[in-house]
Design a protein around this ligand. Structure first.
Ligand SMILES: [Fe+2]
Length: 171
């Protein structure tokens, strides 16, 4: 919730609920598109991606109307706080529980997310330096674990060991 629930009107609560629904739909459709690509159904994959893009447009619009998108300076602070909280508190507990329950794939996935997000938090700090120096950084993302690197990709991903060719450049 963007703020205390009791201070929100029903429409604001609905905007938040709609945002969460669209965010989930967008990611689910992205996953469906990947599977359709793997199975050779390119037209279906394109349709899933098109509707995922529409869901993203709707979700961001709901978020904007909730007035939780601030100035870029405020958003960098909010994004840094969010990444730090998730990597320091949320994922460690999830990793421990997944190991306790013997769900190794989930434990590895949570670990990748935690390790990648620690780096994301550092990148938010680093981008301020780029802004001051008026530099145009390039970013590459590991397709396997979500590790993000400022500049050229490494030969192997430091989080998951994926080779350089599995990094893509962000536009
Ligand atoms: Fe990786």
């Amino acid at each position: 919730m963007p703020r205390e629930e009791w201070t929100m009107s029903q429409t604001e609560k609905n905007l938040y609920e709609a945002f969460v629904g669209e965010a989930k739909a967008s990611l689910r459709l992205w996953g469906f598109a990947e599977r359709a690509d793997q199975e050779g159904y390119q037209a279906v994959a394109r349709l899933f991606r098109a509707i995922a893009a529409a869901a993203r447009i709707h979700g961001v619009k709901h978020l904007r109307q909730l007035q939780v998108i601030g100035s870029t300076e405020e958003n960098l602070e909010a994004a840094f706080e969010s990444e730090s909280t998730v990597s320091e508190n949320v994922y460690p507990a999830m990793i421990a529980k997944a190991e306790e329950e013997g769900h190794q794939a989930a434990a590895v996935g949570f670990s990748h997310a935690r390790d990648a997000e620690e780096v994301h938090a550092q990148l938010y700090k680093k981008v301020i330096g780029h802004m001051v120096a008026e530099e145009e950084p390039t970013y590459h993302v590991c397709k396997v674990c979500g590790y993000v690197v400022d500049g050229e990709p490494p030969d192997t991903c430091p989080v998951c060991g994926a080779p350089r060719k599995l990094f893509f450049e962000v536009e």
